[in-house]
Design a protein around this ligand. Sequence first.
Ligand code: NAD
Length: 508
Amino acid sequence: MNTASANLPQTTATVKLLIDGRFVESNSAEWQDVINPATQEVLARVPFATDAEIEAAIASAKRAFKTWKNTPLATRARIMLKLQALVREHMPRIARTLSEEQGKTLPDAEGDVFRGLEVVEHACSIGTLQLGEFAENVANGVDTYTLRQPIGVCAGIAPFNFPAMIPLWMFPMAIVCGNTFVLKPSEQDPLTPMLLAELALEAGVPPGVLNIIHGGKRAVDAVCTHADIAAVSFVGSTAVGTHVYELASQHGKRVQAMMGAKNHAVVLPDAAKEQSLNAVVGATFGAAGQRCMATSVTVLVGEARHWIPDIVARAKTLQVNVGTAKGADLGPVISRHAKNRILGLIEDGIREGAKLELDGRDVKVAGYEKGNFVGPTVFSGVSPQMKIYTTEIFGPVMVIVCVDTLNEAIDLVNANPFGNGTGLFTQSGAAARKFQNEIDVGQVGINVPIPVPVPYFSFTGSRGSKLGDLGPYGKQAVQFYTQTKTVTTRWFDDAASSGGVNTTISLK
Ligand code: NAD
């Protein structure tokens, strides 16, 4: 626990909890500083909510569910319409806060808000998304239909890397389906989710329908084990996601855990070279490599192995700077701890014999000497046994593996413990079709570097990147956040109803 905030002036802002429609100061004795990763300036202090506060948030959500679940679809949709308008209107302000607390460049911070906004836009169609099915005359005079009903109080546990998009993956779809929600944002960048919560209240989300608690493991374990929580949606690392999945499942909850990644970009020698290498370099180093869909392994197939100098030349052109600076390509990583971890992994790569083609360890940004900056770093000669290959580095580090054939590349990707995203760069339709058919990865891009699906599809994942059947948005989110009930009906009409007692299972 970071207790440095004990010495801060009393004027330092505190992050509030949202309980029962009110932003309240926590009584907690445990606080952590929210730090600007470019300057180390303390932006605010975030509380680790007490057990009583967590209980109060869940109790408020439980009370609110009683009426919210029967609120007309059109009312819920109108709140989402208002929310999307407010998020759009306040996008520059949200992006600035996001950039300050997370480190992303301003354009990328706007992208973070925008990809979440798209989910809110999709939530506005709940009237058609939550439709049931109807079959007339399943037997004589008998009809069957389904209802898609909300499931109760749902919880969301969010990571630091998309403080706008991922909360917006979670609460809009949950509440528009008629559930109430308890969100626990990342304690590293909670200011952005709080801005979104303010807008949600302004849009008309009633008291108790959306609650926010802050904290770490204690808060997460409390929601995963609480009798009144029906479902848990987690996004974060594989280690924590596996824990959340197991704990919440053991306590009878629906769980979806979207987890870590090691995304491979496979480049065939027939690829459009300029566009493909630009795409791969952008997808590796954008957001300082802290995207779950970042390219972290570049697989050069056959003659494409000669393109390493072209990759390095492109990586060298990228500007490392504070996220708010004009022209910045990548900002700092989230914390000192994250930076040291990345530097340690780079040293592991050198020790294991990979060739360091570009070294970003000593990058300096004038005026921001204390920032957690790591420059673009490229390793070639990487083998699948090396730690830099097997570990999610979550920093601006590209590892290059060379193979001879597409088959070898597919086997390599499928043998990796993670299966979040991958891309193939080629001009061959046949190679692309083979790749999309044989690859065991959730998101596949063909000449598209970061294939995050738009919200009418659903985000998914394979192996160590996902646990649970259903994804966080799209149609799968509607299934996740609703319970299907089937109703079979017969209405007697004196003339038609005849016959005696039927002791069989069949409907006649
Ligand atoms: P993290 O797992 O450290 O934290 C995620 C959440 O879990 C946070 O709210 C945190 O407070 C909580 N937490 C941390 N330690 C915990 C513990 N021991 N027990 C219970 N809860 C705990 O992840 P992060 O560093 O914030 O985010 C980066 C990770 O998220 C990367 O692995 C990235 O690939 C992954 N991610 C995945 C997706 C996806 O859709 N697959 C999307 C974004 C990020």
